[in-house]
Design a protein around this ligand. Structure first.
Ligand code: SAM
Length: 329
């Protein structure tokens, strides 16, 4: 699958549910309206959709959400998709999780061929953790991280850089991650969905974070790419890697290889644009994949050049109305 700008689409992210057991303040409002369960694709349908993408050249599949591990019977989907790892059609099956359910699922995930996962963790302070997630339990997440590592899964921590929240804690988060054999990726907060918070109060440009880190650490740019949006540096003092996802200060749309599927079968060709394709209708139109394959081709042919997120006092409304949990982070 090659889009109109010559970019090969090899990476599919799938939001398997829009629901989450946390309510991170930069992601969701406290009272969210979630999709009625009847609107969700079944796990069998999600499998069929993902498999159609694999047949068309997707090499990396990430399950996300909402919180992927709160979707009922999610391991049925993971186990099913792992057949594409065994056949060699898929190179990587992974997920992004808040870690709350990880201690239950880590061993089974490893058995299904999941080798790496991203765990979102914005602070090491249990009280601050509760504040930012509104409902999260820090110790449960830590237990999950340890369970994943014990099962042989490599964990990368993802932290959204937030002004006046974890700004001062970033060096500590990085030291902690690297001391425990994990990489850390920092993410700039993006204007997606109403959260009831002012984004200009939360937004912390990573250019500034990097500048401050460089006062105490030696950061060496790495050519490494894991097929995602992060750019990596090696931190000479800790020996670990630090990823920087900078959709605000520098988007890397020119090398975008991703599309995103929601749990209702809507395909977003760009995280930061509203245009989308309805794959559910094509999926349900026929038991074979001819319609679906044509609908995917048509959608890829509409993949836009990029997004243009802006956060400043003149742009108080989100760039896109949907929350990150709909499209999947
Ligand atoms: N529940 C899972 C988790 O916590 O990782 C997966 C879904 S969550 C939406 C995926 C990632 O998106 C998390 O790392 C989260 O911090 C990040 N995220 C959510 N809203 C964001 C926003 N507005 N800007 C930047 N990152 C955001």
């Amino acid at each position: 699958m090659v889009d109109p700008f010559g970019r090969a689409v090899t990476y599919l992210r799938v939001s398997v549910t829009d629901r989450c057991d946390f309510r991170c303040t930069y992601c969701m409002s406290e009272n969210m309206n979630f999709l009625p369960k009847k609107d969700l694709l079944t796990l069998e349908e999600l499998d069929r959709l993902c498999s159609a993408f694999v047949a068309k050249g997707v090499k990396k599949l990430r399950l996300t959400g909402g919180e992927p591990l709160v979707r009922k019977n999610i391991m049925f989907l993971v186990r099913g998709l792992s057949r594409h790892l065994e056949s060699g059609a898929l190179e990587e099956l992974t997920l992004t999780t808040n870690g709350s359910q990880l201690s239950r699922f880590a061993t089974e995930l490893a058995e299904c061929g999941v080798r790496r996962i991203n765990v979102s963790l914005d602070t090491l302070d249990p009280e601050k953790f509760r504040t930012i997630t509104r409902w999260g339990e820090f110790d449960k997440v830590m237990e999950g991280v340890r369970a994943a590592q014990a099962a042989g899964i490599r964990v990368k921590l993802n932290a959204v850089a937030l002004k006046d929240f974890n700004e001062q804690e970033i060096p500590e988060l990085m030291r902690y991650a690297h001391a425990n054999d994990m990489d850390l990726t920092l993410i700039e907060t993006m204007p997606m969905g109403e959260t009831g918070e002012d984004r200009t109060d939360q937004y912390l440009p990573l250019s500034l974070v990097r500048q401050r880190l460089e006062e105490n650490f030696t950061l060496t740019d790495l050519p490494l790419s894991t097929g995602g949006p992060a750019r990596y540096v090696r931190v000479e003092e800790t020996g670990g890697k630090l990823g920087l996802i900078t959709p605000m200060t520098h988007n890397f749309c020119e090398s975008c290889n991703r599309v995103r599927l929601t749990c209702t079968g809507t395909l977003y060709m760009c995280l930061g644009q509203d245009d989308a394709a309805d794959l559910r209708t094509a999926l349900r139109a026929s038991p074979d994949d001819a319609f679906l394959s044509a609908a995917i081709d048509e959608a890829i042919g509409r993949k836009p050049k990029g997004h243009d997120f802006i956060i400043d006092r003149d742009h108080r409304r989100p760039a896109v109305a949907r929350h990150m949990s709909v499209t999947g982070g």
